[in-house]
Ligand binder design. Sequence first.
Ligand SMILES: Cc1cc2nc3c(=O)[nH]c(=O)nc-3n(C[C@H](O)[C@H](O)[C@H](O)COP(=O)(O)OP(=O)(O)OC[C@H]3O[C@@H](n4cnc5c(N)ncnc54)[C@H](O)[C@@H]3O)c2cc1C
Length: 456
Amino acid sequence: MGIELDTSAVARLRAAVTGTVYVRGEEGLAAEISCFNPAIRHDPDIVVAVASEEDVVEAVGFAREAGLPVRVQATGHGAEAPIVGGMIVSTRGLDRLSIDAEARRAHIGAGLRWAPVIVAAAEHGLAPVTGSSTSVGAVGYSLGGGIGPLARHYGFTSDWVRGFRVVTADGRIVTADRQTNSDLFWALRGGKGGLAIVTEMTLELVALRSLYGGSVFFEGGAIEPALRAWIDWSADLPDEATTSIALLSVPDLDGPPPPLRGRTVLSVRFAFPGETAEGEKLFAPIRDAAPVYLDFVAEMPATAVASIHNDPEEGGPTWIRGFMLDTFDQDAGDVLLELAGPGSGAPFLAVEVRQIGGATARDTDDGSAVGGRDSGYTLSLLAADPSTFAEAAPARAQAIADALRDRISAITNVNFAGDLADRAAFEKVWPSAVQERLTATRTQWDPDRMFAFGPA
Ligand SMILES: Cc1cc2nc3c(=O)[nH]c(=O)nc-3n(C[C@H](O)[C@H](O)[C@H](O)COP(=O)(O)OP(=O)(O)OC[C@H]3O[C@@H](n4cnc5c(N)ncnc54)[C@H](O)[C@@H]3O)c2cc1C
């Protein structure tokens, strides 16, 4: 399967790059492009594991000559379907990081995960606005917008991006920021793909050393009153605080903390980047709602942000479906309890509802392509038992979607949308005016659609 690559052109590419070139069948290729979800195995014709911006230029030149589609992968956290054929540019080697503390800027290489950025920024009392998991790639995440545990206070992460360096489809290295190539800058903040290969991102950091946050867990008969209290309480929460819930069916295996193993629990997450006393006061109604099984909400260093959601560090086979909701009221709570709650027989490991709004509803003054600003909540359904992926998980997700259809938003942010090769999913990730402008921007910067993205 696949195409015949010109071996002398491959040899020239190998000689030209400082990184590593793998063609199909070569040792090391699979490891270079492994995905967070190991059930997804890519099968490209060629992989260029770039070590510099110049390597990206060489890779793009090779792909252009060979007529190959090009896709980009950093961590593989975003892989939703196998990539078959073409070139993958693996950016893991683009790991340069510098912090300009005075200007509160981080210059982040495209291969970096959030974790090292958090550590480096903290040395200056600063923090990047990140997602729930710090092993996600900073650039891939921000290209989709990025909705994190502090989203209501700080907005989308892409709102804090101040510039990109990219390699274009015609092999040029250009910058995109407010002043230069501002159309491309608009598109890269939320437009995700099909535009250019980002080699470096400049992110404004926020002054944050500590926050009041974490998660509490409810189990058994406490789950329903806690969920119901959360629904009413979150509706009136000030924009400075961000919260989410997750109904978790924790497997009885090594890995999760022993008190959680084999139990169904409701986790209520909270993040407040203000005074501890005020955070305690804000969070008190949740602690009073029902007997708390485990309580990990406290003052924490900003570097511990990943402990708010406790996403798994190691990937595993997963099936995922995401939506955004305009509202999440007690009727929606009924649906969740009936179709995904304890004893419902739902095949999900996690059912997560994040409240957004606040700063996520406010666009940057120069505008950006992010989808989902008008929504109030995200809903993610995640199954981990492969025997449920074909039927049980999709069928139960559909039943939940049907029951919530009046609340499901017209738009689902691209980072939550699943497989973008699915035309129906792709058409929902941006409002139509944004879709049109993105298509025009993609056509301008990549007229031959070399940077394959979305439905074929
Ligand atoms: C455990 C987990 C937690 C998550 N938490 C959140 C969250 O809290 N909030 C949220 O918004 N999202 C979240 N996500 C979704 C995540 O933001 C997306 O999956 C994102 O695409 C991952 O980026 P990556 O670079 O790590 O992944 P990759 O699979 O390496 O890349 C994903 C995509 O990003 C694009 N891309 C990556 N690098 C480049 C580049 N240099 N140039 C051009 N395009 C590039 C490509 O289109 C690529 O297909 C989470 C995902 C996981 C698995």
